[in-house]
Design a protein around this ligand. Structure first.
Ligand SMILES: [Zn+2]
Length: 278
């Protein structure tokens, strides 16, 4: 049903692909993370751009014009804006799930991702992670990326630097214990970033990752609405925000079962970003 719509939209977006990067900070995607083989590119405007192979330079984090050269703390730059999307080369998109893990919903999301051999990002809260370490271990086993979403999901802009650091550092520690690696990405609750969050995140070795398309699934707008928002927002480089905890997320679970195969059938490659260290 929405396939024609998706194709049409994608053509329109690919036509304008050259300007995608300027819309916000982007990060390069690794082309090697497992995913089922992308179907042949459709004979559409922009197909040539979609076929262009990733160049080695595309593997590196690439802050784009408009924000200047970030200062660096060790290997991680201190940014002034979060990353809003990933590098738009090819029909790559990222799915991200926040606030979990929650044993009522996260396993279903993992099952669906596994069924289609797709990797996603999970921005976990420390207080949820410490209660559900088995789910972080499963995420590690199945190749997903776990990011830091603070310990208690506070509004960071109202906290002292000391409390921001505590929220973030404790979460890094539990992720390392349960997932096996310290997180390389963080996402501020409510998308409320400030200078201290950027600096402390960088000091803890993390890049700030926001999103491009917000499904607003936490308002429980209905499964079909969530599906529509993902499919309407689908475009190269898009990062989709959904939630696997924080309330009744059964709509989010069902929506994924519907839009994931649609995106794959439309030629999207769902993957996770990879940090490149010099
Ligand atoms: Zn959140």
């Amino acid at each position: 049903m929405q396939k024609d719509h998706l194709l049409t939209r994608r053509r329109a977006l690919l036509t304008g692909a050259a300007t995608l990067g300027a819309a916000g900070l982007a990060v390069a995607l690794s082309p090697v993370t497992g995913n089922r083989a992308a179907p042949p590119a459709p004979p559409a405007a922009g197909a040539q751009a979609a076929r262009r192979p990733l160049q080695p330079s595309a593997y590196r984090l690439r802050p784009l014009t408009g924000y200047g050269t970030p200062r660096t703390t060790g290997r991680t730059p201190v940014r002034e804006e979060p990353l809003l999307r990933v590098d738009g080369r090819g029909r790559t998109m990222v799915l991200s799930f926040d606030d979990g893990p929650d044993p009522r919903y996260t396993p279903h999301i993992l099952d669906t991702l596994a069924r289609y051999d797709v990797r996603a990002m999970f921005f976990v809260c420390g207080e949820m992670a410490t209660e559900n370490r088995d789910l972080l271990a499963r995420m590690a086993d199945e190749g997903h990326v776990v990011g830091n979403h603070t310990w208690t999901h506070p509004l960071l802009t109202r906290l002292s630097r000391r409390r921001i650091r505590s929220e973030m550092e404790r979460t890094c520690d539990i992720v390392e214990k349960a997932y096996g690696e310290r997180p390389e990405w963080f996402r501020a609750p409510y998308g409320a970033w400030n200078r201290a969050a950027f600096r402390i995140g960088a000091e803890l070795g993390m890049e700030p990752m926001a999103w491009t398309v917000d499904t607003l699934d936490w308002t429980t707008p209905g499964t079909a609405t969530i599906v529509d928002r993902v499919e309407d927002g689908a475009a190269p480089g898009v990062v989709v925000l959904s939630h696997d905890a924080g309330g009744d997320r059964s709509q989010s679970v069902r929506a994924l079962r519907a839009y994931l195969p649609e995106l794959l059938d439309s030629g999207y490659h769902l993957t996770v970003p990879r940090r490149q260290y010099a």
